[in-house]
Design a protein around this ligand. Structure first.
Ligand SMILES: *Cc1c(COP(=O)(O)O)cnc(C)c1O
Length: 396
């Protein structure tokens, strides 16, 4: 599908209108939640054409659904992609990409700091199908580039990474992937299409956990893959059969969240920057990890490839895990949870959440201090967030 009719239209307008320009069933101005499992076809010839994909329409909601289709179209336009297909969760999207596009004997190059679930697919599941996965040191762009040029069928990137906000040089690594003839996939969950567009830099596919910033309200799970039409169609073909389908009710919530995506992300970008700058000068904070800070080793690369630095940051406290134990309960306006991307500020220590299964040594190897706190900065008033963190830090 071409995006010509969206040329020159701003992301704010796309977030509000893409997929929703026509009126719906009975003239509804808002997208109806279609819970019907199947669709009637009174004309057998038309039915056949829909079944063969020669005519627009729906057959069975495991495959396609009108509410879900609007969500896919909005994301397709926001990522300026040829095609998009959706999933029940972000992990379903990632698993479907990998299990559709890879075959025994092939090789994946990626990094050690991918999302925890993705790492498990790399370490435990792909090898069972004789697919070799090389996970490079995330900060070592030379090594990632060299391994890619060494022979790579699928280059899997994620940036910024969880939880220490490392940044991969997309332009450089995508060039290496292209040279190697690899399919290039980027997990764009932390950045969102507002801050970063890997397809514009040459990636073949972009994947999101829509559960996070896309939905933005922490009340719906979902995943989406956008990119090259031939690849997306193949992935859809596998998802249609394995059944990791996005539900219409969730698609509606994600669509509703998406309308304010630009507003939310701009606010979270500026709140996270202000909080990172405040934390950086605080005597009880050991280190702040945020690519927006000029002191951050990844600042220059981030500045070149992102139009905003995002709502995610992390920081370590002086005083080890005991300090974390005292700090977290004092925070008034934040959820203490293993989640991110919502309108509320969310804090959690990787030591007890995303990286709980690792030993202290393994966390050290990934550069994760024991006293690290990951923070998904919300849309609250920044003066309240800073005052809240300040009073909680005073008491540790
Ligand atoms: C949460 C997350 C995922 C997985 O998404 P789910 O919707 O929880 O399955 C994948 N990648 C990143 C970067 C995430 O933060």
């Amino acid at each position: 599908m071409t995006n010509q009719k969206w040329d020159g239209i701003s992301k704010s307008t796309k977030a509000v209108w893409a997929g929703e320009e026509e009126t719906f069933f009975e003239g509804a101005a808002q997208v109806p939640i279609i819970n019907s499992v199947s669709y009637n076809h009174d004309d057998v010839d038309e039915w056949l054409e829909v079944a063969l994909g020669k005519r627009e329409g729906h057959i069975y909601s495991r495959n396609t659904n009108p509410t879900v289709k609007v969500f896919e179209e909005k994301m397709r336009v926001l990522e300026d992609a040829e095609a998009a297909t959706s999933f029940s969760t972000g992990m379903a999207a990632i698993s479907n990409i990998l299990f559709t596009l890879l075959s025994p004997g092939q090789r994946v190059v990626s990094v050690k700091d991918t999302y925890g679930g993705t790492s498990i697919v790399f370490m435990e599941h792909l090898p069972r199908f004789d697919i070799n996965v090389t996970m490079c040191e995330t900060h070592d762009q030379d090594a990632i580039e060299a391994e890619t040029l060494n022979g790579c069928d699928l280059l899997y990137l994620e940036t910024p990474t969880n939880p220490t906000m490392k940044v991969l040089d997309l332009k450089r690594l995508i060039a290496a992937g292209k040279k190697a003839g690899a399919i290039i996939v980027v997990d764009n969950t932390f950045a969102t299409p507002i801050n970063q567009n890997p397809l514009a830099l040459g990636a073949d596919l972009v994947v999101h956990s829509a559960t996070k910033f896309i939905g933005g309200h922490s009340d719906a799970l979902g995943g989406i893959v956008c990119g090259r039409e031939d690849l997306v169609n193949k992935i859809y073909g596998f998802r249609e059969i394995n059944g990791a389908t996005l539900d219409a009710n969730s698609a509606y919530l994600l669509l509703r969240g998406l309308k304010t995506l630009k507003l939310r992300i701009e606010c979270q970008n500026s709140n996270a920057m202000a909080l990172a700058q405040f934390l950086e000068t605080h005597e009880k904070v050991d280190k702040v990890f945020y690519p927006g800070l000029k002191s951050d080793p990844a600042h220059d690369i981030a500045k070149a490839q992102m139009s905003g630095f995002g709502g995610m940051l992390s920081f370590s406290l002086k005083g080890g895990f005991d300090a974390v134990r005292h700090f977290l309960p004092q925070i008034r306006f934040a959820h203490r949870a293993a989640h991110l991307g919502g309108v509320e500020t969310i804090v959690g220590p990787p030591r007890t959440t995303s990286h709980v299964e690792l030993t202290e040594i393994q966390r050290q190897e990934l550069g994760i201090p024991e006293s690290l706190i990951r923070c998904s900065v919300g849309i609250e008033g920044i003066e309240d967030i800073i005052a809240d963190f300040d009073q909680a830090l005073a008491d540790i």
